[in-house]
Ligand binder design. Structure first.
Ligand SMILES: [Zn+2]
Ligand SMILES: [Zn+2]
Length: 228
């Protein structure tokens, strides 16, 4: 049986997604199909923000994150490594913790120095790290949601560019944008005051959250029509 523990690492969670959904992703879905699924659940999550429906936002963004992990598996990008390289307990832009981009009116991306000793261990530790870099009390949840939408757009653009010519430098951009996008998922959950790891452990306590099998045996129609 496959499941996500409350103290899961990002790597363990990414491996869980591969174990449960790798097979049906390979058979049913191209990268474009997966990005569409990721986007549609994010948009449902944003609708939850507009309607003040915390539960709707939570469920749909958890599903979106899982589609994101599926895409990262297909591209063989290690989420945890990319996130840590981009956000080593510092804002990727101003290089400070907490982020002072606004206060200091930073116009140019600063060089960040990685201190391996500070690397968080679990997904929960990473979420806490983002809570310290980007203080949720300094912005509204709507602001966090708009930022998430922006990053989905930038990630999609990076995929589109990479798919055009399959250049290595464009692939690196996909990995960077993936890290930025992941940070924005964290940002919305920090605004909600919800632990992603805890909620994933509830949703994925026993294989696929719908069919309860590993690998998942949900049909293509079931998956594409799934709503929450
Ligand atoms: Zn900053
Ligand atoms: Zn299933």
């Amino acid at each position: 049986m496959a499941f996500v523990k409350p103290n899961t690492t990002i790597n363990e969670y990414q491996n869980f997604v591969e174990e449960v959904y790798g097979l049906s992703n390979d058979r049913y879905f191209s990268l474009w199909d997966m990005i569409t699924n990721m986007e549609r659940f994010t948009m449902r999550g944003l609708k939850g923000i507009r309607k003040g429906n915390k539960e709707k936002t939570k469920i749909n963004l958890l599903l979106s994150i899982s589609w994101f992990a599926s895409m990262m598996n297909q591209l063989h990008i290690n989420i945890e490594d990319e996130v840590w390289k981009r956000f080593p307990y510092l804002c990727s832009y101003c290089g400070l913790c907490p982020c002072s981009c606004k206060k200091e009116k930073i116009k140019k991306r600063q060089k960040v120095i990685i201190n391996e000793n500070k690397r968080p261990k679990t997904l929960k530790d990473f979420q806490n790290m983002f809570c310290e870099i980007y203080l949720p009390q300094t912005r509204t949840i709507e602001h966090a949601g708009v930022h998430l939408a922006e990053e989905i757009g930038e990630f999609s653009e990076a995929i589109l560019t990479y798919r055009g010519q399959h250049k290595d430098e464009d692939f690196k951009k996909v990995a960077l944008e993936a890290a930025d996008l992941f940070s924005c998922f964290m940002g919305v959950f920090n605004s909600l005051g919800i632990s992603i790891a805890k909620e994933l452990s509830i949703m994925f306590s026993h294989n696929c959250h719908v069919c309860k099998n590993a690998p998942c045996t949900c049909s293509f129609i079931d998956i594409t029509r799934f709503e929450s």
